[in-house]
Ligand binder design. Structure first.
Ligand code: ATP
Length: 590
């Protein structure tokens, strides 16, 4: 396929925010693609060159793009800048300058353009800024105006076609089957590898059978198994029977991949891309390999395996007293500066509770009992520690273990059924979290995505925010729906922080994939995830979460901000509408 034809599809996709139309366009696009290019097309459609977890970024800021445009079309930089201010979009600037000054329309295949952009991304070190600018400008010189429009949006990360991963999976299914029926099979392969390119390529070259055979790969993150909620120990034992019970460590999820003898992909270190033998992924599958050197080193030197994938929870501790630190302290390890120093001040331990791959074998289908036993055999060091565990079918023992952990300052426990496989990306009753119970409050927090802010009156107008419009994720529809307005209870400091974090996501029009009847003063791209505590979930005619036709939706009563969670959650990892409905029904069983 030619890049200019792909750009025509991008233009059509940009013109709609309707999911069905997007799916339709995308499936037509896929039907015109060959197995050799479909992976690149899947990445480019999401504004990327590689799966989202690969640290491969083109790394060009607006100033560099401005220079590339100036050079390509022979216009002074300040004029390019002025046009950008006028049009408010670098894509439009590129298209307009191209149309005015360039009558070339050279044909490039999608693969050629992808390769050139990849070359730009892999250019690092001395002189790289100049090289990137001239490579982009060389390309801009030769293409048509639509190609130019998307060629500058990709490096700037402003594609914004509103195509989430579920839409890509649906479109793949539609392209071959004419409906969504193949989505579950495609999703399973995706959950094991997180790589839409790999899934689409396998599907195109090997059909459904090929997709069914997709195995986990060391270096590609597995979507983590998540937990359901139950209100108390008795309901856990009634529903699950004999279970493993582990502390719910209050740190962050780490998935550690390693091969002691072979590179398993790239990592960034001091701005350079380097081959690596260890990769560490966060809860939202972001590559954190360079940030936790002590965990990486321990995996390579202490674990008794040549290659493995381990799943666990990392917590920071005080190196002098050995005491574990609260979540707020642990989370400082995810800040991107001063990595060596913070590894000294706030060293991590990771409690390992699962092993998903061992010595060439995919263990996803083995039972938890078997996988956990293997952890006990191969993990043993001061840094990587097997998670604490009891096995019981007694409500009393479960109650005592929970009380003991709460006493020790932990959040609660995670209970796991012993005879179940690892279900990547699933939230089901194989794993259940049981937390401290606060009277008058929901027994769990809700992770919301910010959808906009509403200007306040009085003092708060100084910061430009009065209340926040927040929502949750509707997985079925792949959209973000409103659930609450958070106003009171936020400190001035929190308002400032929110303003700072959200500035670059502010939009005048409702962003793609957002569904809200409340119109805020400023819309926000659904990017920022916050943890919210509330008293209760109620039915609500104004909010769109769980709203079907004339029936009311759901809302949070007295919502308040607990934490920012964008560091470890993608917007799609926020609480889902289904979870809200299940929390709603649980609260009356208390
Ligand atoms: P929460 O907001 O309650 O921390 P979450 O939304 O991040 O939860 P859940 O599926 O609700 O995700 O809770 C499971 C999380 O608990 C895991 O992702 C993991 O980070 C953490 N955790 C801590 N200890 C354990 C354990 N022993 N087994 C499994 N997960 C654990």
């Amino acid at each position: 396929m030619e890049f200019r034809d792909l750009s025509k599809y991008f233009e059509k996709m940009e013109a709609t925010t309707k999911r069905l139309e997007l799916t339709d366009l995308l499936s037509q696009l896929f039907n015109e693609s060959t197995p050799d290019e479909i992976d690149k097309i899947a990445y480019l459609t999401q504004g990327r060159l590689a799966p989202f977890y690969e640290p491969i970024e083109i790394g060009m800021a607006e100033k560099m793009v401005e220079q590339a445009l100036s050079r390509a079309y022979g216009i002074e930089r300040d004029q390019v800048g002025a046009l950008a201010t006028k049009l408010g979009d670098w894509g439009k600037v590129a298209a307009e300058l191209n149309q005015k000054s360039n009558f070339k329309n050279q044909s490039f295949s999608v693969e050629e353009v992808h390769n050139k952009l990849l070359e730009i991304a892999l250019t690092t070190g001395a002189g790289s800024v100049e090289k990137k600018i001239s490579a982009l400008s060389d390309l801009l010189k030769l293409v048509d105006y639509l190609s130019a429009r998307y060629l500058v949006r990709i490096p700037l990360g402003t594609m914004r076609l509103g195509i989430g991963d579920p839409t890509v999976l649906d479109a793949l299914s539609h392209a071959k089957a004419g409906d969504k029926s193949l989505r579950p099979i495609l999703e399973e392969a995706y959950n094991k590898t997180s790589d839409l390119g790999l899934v689409s390529k396998t599907f195109w070259s090997g059909g459904v059978d090929g997709v069914k055979k997709v195995k986990v790969v060391v270096g590609k993150p597995i979507r983590p198994q998540l937990t359901e909620r139950l209100p108390d120990p008795k309901s856990v034992v009634d529903k699950l029977g004999e279970v493993a019970v582990e502390p719910k460590y209050d740190g962050f999820r780490v998935q550690i991949h390693f091969n002691k003898h072979k590179s398993i992909g790239f990592m960034t270190s001091d701005g350079e891309l380097k081959e690596t033998n260890v990769k560490i992924f966060s809860r939202n599958l972001e590559d954190m390999s360079h940030m936790f050197p002590e965990l990486a080193a321990s995996a390579l030197s202490d674990v008794k395996a040549e290659e493995a994938i381990l799943d666990g929870e990392a917590i920071a501790y005080n190196p002098l007293s050995g005491e574990f630190l609260p979540f707020q302290e642990t989370t400082k390890r995810r800040r991107k500066h001063n990595i060596a120093q913070s590894a000294k001040d706030l060293p991590l331990k990771a409690f390992i509770f699962d092993c998903l791959y061992y010595q060439g074998e995919d263990l996803m289908g083995k039972t938890y009992r078997e996988r956990r036993a293997l952890v006990g055999q191969i993990v043993k060091s001061d840094t990587l520690v097997p998670a604490d565990q009891i096995i019981t079918s007694s409500t009393k023992e479960l109650e005592d273990f929970l009380a003991d952990k709460i006493q020790a300052g932990l959040e609660g426990v995670v209970v796991k059924k012993l005879d179940t496989p690892y279900q990547a990306g699933s939230r089901n009753f194989n794993w259940v979290k049981l937390k401290r119970h606060n009277a008058g409050e929901l027994n769990d927090t809700v992770d919301c995505v910010l959808l906009g802010y509403i200007f306040g009156t009085g003092k708060r107008t100084d910061f430009g925010v009065g209340a926040l419009l927040a929502g949750v994720y509707d997985k079925e529809k792949d959209e973000f729906v409103s659930l609450c307005k958070i106003g009171t209870g936020l400190t001035d400091e929190e308002f400032r922080e929110i303003r700072k974090r959200s500035e670059r996501f502010a939009r005048t029009n409702k962003p793609a994939r957002v569904n809200s009847n409340i119109v805020p003063s400023v819309w926000l791209e659904p990017k920022i995830v916050i943890e919210v505590l509330a008293d209760e979930i109620t039915r609500s005619p104004v909010h769109t979460a769980g709203k079907i036709a004339d029936e009311p939706g759901y809302a949070l009563r007295f919502p308040r901000l607990v934490n920012f969670r964008s560091d470890d959650k993608r917007p799609e990892d926020a609480t889902t509408v289904d979870e809200i409905i299940s929390l709603y029904s649980q609260q009356y069983k208390k």
